[in-house]
Design a protein around this ligand. Sequence first.
Ligand SMILES: Cc1cc2nc3c(=O)[nH]c(=O)nc-3n(C[C@H](O)[C@H](O)[C@H](O)COP(=O)(O)OP(=O)(O)OC[C@H]3O[C@@H](n4cnc5c(N)ncnc54)[C@H](O)[C@@H]3O)c2cc1C
Length: 301
Amino acid sequence: MYDIIIIGGGVSGMTSALYALRNGKKVLLLEGSSIGGQIAQSPKVENYPSVKQISGEKLSEEIFDQITDLGVEFEFDNVLEIKKVEDVFEVIGEFSKYESKSVIIANGVKHRKLKLEKEDDFIGKGIYYCAICDGPFFAGKEVTLIGDGNTALQYALLLSELCSKVNLVIMFDKFFGDDNLVKAVETRKNIHITKNAKTIKLNGEHELEGIVFEKLDGSTFEIKNTPLFVAIGQIPDNKRFENLAELDEFGYFKSDETTQTKTPGLFVAGDTRQKTVRQVTTAMCDGAVAGTNACNYLNTL
Ligand SMILES: Cc1cc2nc3c(=O)[nH]c(=O)nc-3n(C[C@H](O)[C@H](O)[C@H](O)COP(=O)(O)OP(=O)(O)OC[C@H]3O[C@@H](n4cnc5c(N)ncnc54)[C@H](O)[C@@H]3O)c2cc1C
């Protein structure tokens, strides 16, 4: 029986573990794929305060070392389901079952991808999913952005402040975001909007060199030598936990900065919950709160 089981070995889950372990709790961290989560994909992180530049992988390893030294127990397992019977949580993974008095879900999100050949190879080498994180690397340069919702519109404005030109390419003939954002984007001089164009191919050997689009009439065009920002949505994977924690219309956990859910002893941290800014620092912040609140909950049992 563990005091706390944490689902997800990204920065929010590991920060939760750090706080719980320093409170003397017995903690199990379950990770379904690889330590570090999303940030481990990023070769350069430059907005983590106190460290000017670090790779996401290194940042993740440092936190993992820190919690390993404090005695975290770790298993690779993909959690399928959680049940609560009286005061005990049963966490059911693909390989095993675990029991605890409290659970923190820190399972993050996945960025929706274009699903084109070479996309994964070019992540960090011309393809980026986060303009807040990676936009500043292209200050003064021309960039390309794909996406038609609020995130894409916000990214377009942000990039247009930093970059000389933003090629904004959308699949249909309209945006699916707030009117004020659409208006702001449409009137910004250095944002060049192309409608009704579908991304069909990524060119390049070792890094992205060209993006090929197809128009409605079947003709194609290529934008060469610009980085590509992809903002076509994020996918939370929380349905399996709906029995214990409410979800909003997009599938994110409904919770505020207390990280609490409707089930006493169950907390949610990081990108997986409703929030406006999804970043390493905000995920860690949630981890600190969830870890502390889980300890407070345990002290009341
Ligand atoms: C390419 C890229 C670059 C980025 N660059 C920056 C940057 O420079 N600066 C910045 O601040 N932010 C950046 N971000 C955003 C940042 O990485 C995230 O906001 C942050 O890492 C979220 O952390 P998290 O712990 O909430 O979730 P994640 O990092 O998504 O971690 C969740 C973990 O849970 C695991 N998991 C999911 N489901 C299960 C399950 N059922 N069972 C067990 N394990 C499970 C996943 O495998 C994953 O490891 C970037 C994101 C990407 C994709």
